[in-house]
Design a protein around this ligand. Structure first.
Ligand code: GRF
Length: 228
């Protein structure tokens, strides 16, 4: 294990398209990290095949074989820490994490959530956005803290909601942005541009009071006010 490597462990439960985006950026030498391992709580997660195809170590720990969340999380922690990771990347990991696990990786664990946090925490986000007739939606990357989907957000990207969208078309549009912003978020951390600093985020040494945006959607009111 080379000491100057920035080591990442990715946690998944399913398809792993975000994992793939990260793998592709590493392969293209656009993301200066080593993906040390991919951990899934489901043996049949397609993301495990993606990791194997990229010669990345895989770990499967079936949460159903544990009697408590704490025991499952402790087993994960033991496996993850063998890799001495600098960063834990949650990429569609569909388990709520115990406080002990989160606190062990505090400031070293990030998540991607398919909404413009703090709006639409939790599940079924795209349908809820459609139900509310929103015209702008998006995705957020945030540090993980014990309260679900509440940790400090540092990078977001917006997408338009189109009149004929259903939850699937909207999810696809959001995912295209996910695949851009998640590798970028990891890059900022690996390059030490972003610092957690006890929850007070610093970007390039300056306090980050609100998230950065990769893309913004111009709304009707932006147009009317002439802003760009
Ligand atoms: C993504 O939509 C992400 O925002 C959410 O889980 C999904 C994972 O998708 N946290 P994939 O497995 O990376 O394709």
């Amino acid at each position: 294990m080379k000491s100057k490597e920035f080591r990442v462990v990715v946690l998944i439960s399913g398809n792993g398209s975000n994992l793939q985006a990260i793998i592709d950026q590493v392969k293209a030498q656009q993301l200066p990290v080593v993906i040390s391992a991919v951990l899934s709580n489901k043996a049949d997660a397609y993301g495990i095949q993606r990791a194997k195809a990229a010669n990345i170590d895989t770990i499967t720990i079936n949460n159903q074989e544990f009697t408590s969340r704490d025991a499952f999380d402790a087993a994960m922690q033991q496996e993850i820490d063998k890799y001495q990771p600098d960063l834990i990347v949650l990429a569609g990991f569909m388990r709520i994490l115990s406080d002990d696990f989160v606190n062990h990786y505090l400031g070293r664990m990030i998540n991607i959530h398919p909404s413009l946090l703090p709006d639409y925490r939790g599940l079924n986000v795209h349908q809820r956005v459609l139900n509310d007739s929103k015209t702008v939606h998006g995705v957020s990357v945030h540090y993980v803290t014990p309260e679900l989907d509440h940790g400090p957000v540092f990078l977001q990207s917006q997408v338009p909601v189109k009149p004929n969208d259903d939850a699937d078309t909207l999810a696809k549009r959001v995912q295209q942005e996910e695949h851009k912003i998640y590798p970028l978020a990891i890059k900022w951390i690996a390059e030490k541009r972003l610092d957690y600093n006890h929850g007070n985020l610093l970007l390039d040494g300056k306090p980050l009071h609100s998230p950065q945006f990769l893309h913004k959607v111009m709304t009707e009111s932006d147009r009317q006010s002439g802003s760009h």
